[in-house]
Every structure is written in C-alpha cells, then in structure tokens.
Design a protein around this ligand. Structure first.
Ligand code: B12
Ligand code: SF4
Ligand code: SF4
Length: 386
C-alpha cells in the first residue's frame, strides 16, 4: 500500500472512532458519484403526484439532492452517519383517551442534537488532517440532500420496501446525516441485504400508502397527514389514522428487521414521559404560549398548534368515547376553522343525543361555510350512530 493510501485509511479509522465517541452509531463512506436511480425515481414520483402536498419538494431540489457535486463543487466523498433513536417503551397508557406520537419525536429536536455532533466531527477532521485545506458541508434532514440514497450507497443500510433505510444493528430507527467533504476517502461497499419475499409493511399500512415496494404515496401517509399537511385532513382518511397525533410508526413497528436491535444510547433521544401515550383532552386546552412551552425544542412543534389540535380531534373521533364530547364541543366553538371542522367530525363519530345537541348549539352562531358543512355532515352521522 502506498504511504498516501496508508495515511488515508488511517484517517478513515480515526474519523470512524471519533464519530462513534461523539455518539454516532453507524459511520460509512461513499463517493460523490450521482445517485442516478434515485434521481429518476424521485422525478417520476413527482410526476405521479406521490409527492403532492410538499410544495418545497421540487424537481430542481431533486436534481441537486442526488448530485453531491452540485451541493458542494469540490465534493469527493460523503461521510454517511446514522444515529439510533430507539428506546423500548414499557409504560402503559393511563386512560382510554390517549394518543400516539411516533418514536422519532419522543425526545429532543434531532436536528439540533445531530448538528452539534456533526460540527464536532468536522472540527476534529480539520484538526487532524492539516495537510489539505478542507471544505465540508453538513446535512441532517435540513437541506436538498437525499439522505437515504447516501446511506444506501455507503453501505450504512439498505432500502426496505417501506422506503426506510434498514440496518442490522439498529433496524430502521435511525436518523441519517452526512458530511460532504473534499477529502478522498476509500468508499465502503453497498449492502447486499434486501427484504426478500417479505411484504408485511405493505399489507399492514392502514392507508395503503405503500403503493408498490419502495414507493410511498405521500398524500396517503399518516406521517404526512399529521405533520406536513397544513389544512384539512380528507374525510375518508380520518378513520384510518387511528390515534396517531404526530407521525406514524406502523410500517416500522411490524418490520421483522426491527426485532432484537440495540437501543439508543443518546440521552437527548430518551422519551419524555408525558409524550408516551399523551392524554388527549388537555392538549385541546393549549394556546400558542403553552404549546411553545411544551414543545419548544421538540420535533412536534413542526405541526403547529392548529395541526396538533386537528390531529387530537381526529384521534378522539376514532376513540369514540362520550367523555370527550364536552371538550370537543368547547373546541368547536372556540377554535380556528380548521380545528373546528375536525372537532365537528369527531363529535359526529361519537354520536348520541348529547353530540347532536352540541352540534345544533354550535350551528346557531357559526358563519364559516366549511365549518357549517362539517357540522351538517356530523349531524347526519350522529343520527346514523344514534
Ligand atoms: C419528504 C420526507 C418525508 C415525506 C415523504 C416520505 C418518502 N417516502 O419520501 C413524509 C412526510 C411522508 C415522511 C415520513 C417519514 N419520514 Co421522512 N423524510 C423526508 C425527506 C425530507 C425527503 C425524502 C425523499 O427525498 N423522498 C423522495 C422519495 C422519492 O424517496 P423515497 O421514498 O426514499 O424512495 C427512494 C426509493 O424508492 C429508492 N428506489 C427507487 N427505486 C428503487 C428500487 C429498489 C430495488 C430499491 C431498493 C430502492 C429504490 O429511490 C427513491 C429515492 O431515493 C427525508 C430527509 C432527506 N433530506 O432526505 C426524510 C427522511 C426520509 N424521513 C425520515 C423519517 C424518520 C420519517 C418517518 C419514519 C417519520 C415518522 N415516524 O412519521 C416517516 C416514514 C414514512 C415512510 N414509510 O417513508 C428519515 C428516515 C430514516 C431512515 N431510517 O430511512 C429521513 C431520512 C430523515 C433523516 N435524516 O433521518 N418523510
Ligand atoms: S408511516 Fe404509516 S401511513 Fe406512512 S407508509 Fe408507514 S404505515 Fe403507512
Ligand atoms: S416489513 Fe418486511 S418488506 Fe417491509 S421493510 Fe421490513 S423487511 Fe422489508
């Protein structure tokens, strides 16, 4: 081996060791070659309408996201990193009126936690590799980069049919991040693993959002509906959302690769106790100030107060417990039109004479035509359930 080659493999070893000491669970390397298959797949996905509802997910973004040299002109390598957020949960729901938050959002805001670690790693690399002027660019779910394609190409993991990157040691419960650099590292090899004949996630997705292996129709995915969608959740999808109030883990919970895996060692990703099976009714009392206090520094703030209350109404409509009627009726009178529409729907789903009376009461002073329509449909629903 040439002295230069020996020096580069030593540097690679040092980077892996440092990354692990900082808290990354998986560290792999790949080249700056474009992700050709992924670019084509993503462009087709846009044409087919499967990325609808994400206005920032444009063809221009896709073209950049899959060509590392467009993201950093002198890019030679990508350091591909993974960090587990999996923590086994044993806590049982305290009462029947509780919702579900997806695992990735139970701890602190991963963008901030991971960015800090990425910066430490970049600093380390610049210090030990002083013979070359180093350029880097970091990504953690916050820019035009195809995180999963980089992870697959570096051998960090392989694509599951639910489109998540799977790993043998930590399953799919990992966040992905990258450091683009002008240092020429030896690339690692692509994993040969696949899902084989398994298709459990496709069969178990409640909204049939996995329309084919490796293809999600974003507009049907509960994760999109509860986090990214800013408006009204389509009525026909509401019953399929169950009690998810932020994100959805079903296609990962059922995945056999996620059995017998190592838990996360990152203290910031340990779940906040009140986020596991959160009581739903108190969430309808939040205002902008208390929402920001509760979710400051947590991924959940992405859905904003309106989105969260909307989701809580849908979950209560699916639980169908009459104990929720009074609080939903108050929400139907006092909230913004988006939340009101879902509160009306939820009351209709619970049904019974009290629900009907509350809907009739709210109708008297309601002026918004969309809310009036929802109340009318909910009244019909109430009578059907009555
Ligand atoms: C947009 C987005 C979403 C959207 C769309 C999801 C989607 N499937 O793309 C929504 C809001 C629905 C979403 C949901 C979730 N997301 Co998200 N999301 C993203 C984001 C910002 C872009 C993803 C993207 O480019 N999608 C475009 C489509 C076209 O890509 P794709 O679905 O991955 O499909 C690829 C494969 O089909 C592959 N391919 C094509 N043909 C073939 C053929 C074969 C044989 C194979 C093997 C592969 C293959 O090419 C495609 C492009 O790479 C990334 C962050 C980033 N910057 O990359 C996070 C990211 C993908 N999300 C993440 C997470 C954690 C989630 C959720 C689990 C959160 C939750 N619990 O609710 C869910 C999972 C839902 C699911 N089953 O995918 C993680 C995934 C980590 C992992 N282990 O894979 C990422 C990487 C963020 C991060 N940095 O950690 N997300
Ligand atoms: S996150 Fe939920 S809704 Fe989305 S594909 Fe997976 S199981 Fe389906
Ligand atoms: S459930 Fe089966 S098909 Fe789906 S990602 Fe896991 S191994 Fe692959």
């Amino acid at each position: 081996m040439s002295p230069q080659k020996t020096q580069m493999s030593k540097l690679k070893e040092q980077v892996v060791e440092k990354a692990k000491s900082i808290g990354f669970d998986l560290v792999k390397f790949t080249t700056a070659e474009p992700f050709t298959r992924d670019e084509k797949a993503a462009l087709d996905r846009i044409d087919m309408g499967f990325m609808d509802g994400l206005p920032w997910y444009t063809k221009e973004r896709v073209k950049k996201a899959n060509k590392p040299k467009l993201l950093m002109e002198n890019c030679e390598s990508i350091i591909s990193l993974g960090i587990s957020y999996y923590t086994p949960i044993t806590q049982k729901p305290q009462n029947l009126l509780t919702g579900k938050i997806s695992k990735y959002a139970l701890g602190s805001d991963y963008h901030k936690v991971i960015k800090k670690k990425l910066k430490l790693l970049v600093k380390f690399i610049s210090e030990i590799h002083s013979e070359q002027e180093i350029t880097t660019r970091i990504f953690v779910d916050d820019g035009p980069m195809n995180d999963r394609a980089a992870a697959e190409k570096s051998g960090l993991g392989w694509f599951g049919k639910n489109t998540n990157i799977l790993t043998s040691s930590h399953g799919s419960w990992i966040f992905l991040a990258q450091i683009l650099t002008n240092i020429k590292f030896d690339p690692d090899t692509v994993s040969k693993k696949t899902c084989g004949a398994c298709k459990i996630c496709i069969d178990d997705c409640p909204t049939n959002a996995i329309v084919a292996p490796y293809v999600i129709d974003n507009t049907k995915c509960i994760s999109f509906l509860t986090i990214e969608l800013k408006g009204v959740i389509p009525i026909k999808l509401r019953p399929l959302i169950g009690t998810w109030i932020f994100g959805c883990d079903i296609c990962q919970d059922v995945c056999p690769v996620n059995r017998k895996i190592q838990p996360s060692q990152t203290s910031e990703f340990q779940p906040r106790k009140d986020f596991i099976a959160p009581a739903l009714l108190p969430l309808l009392d939040l205002n902008e100030i208390s929402f920001n206090e509760l979710f400051n520094d947590h991924p959940i703030k992405r859905t904003k107060l309106t989105g969260l209350k909307r989701n809580v109404c849908v979950a209560l409509g699916n639980i169908k417990n009459p104990q929720a009627i009074e609080k939903l009726a108050k929400t139907l009178i006092e909230s913004d039109p988006i939340v009101k529409q879902h509160a009306a729907w939820a009351i209709g789903q619970i049904g019974g004479p009290l629900s009907l009376a509350k809907l009739q009461g709210a109708m008297k002073n309601e002026k918004n035509p969309d809310v009036i329509n929802e109340i009318k449909s909910a009244m019909i629903q109430t009578k059907m359930i009555n």
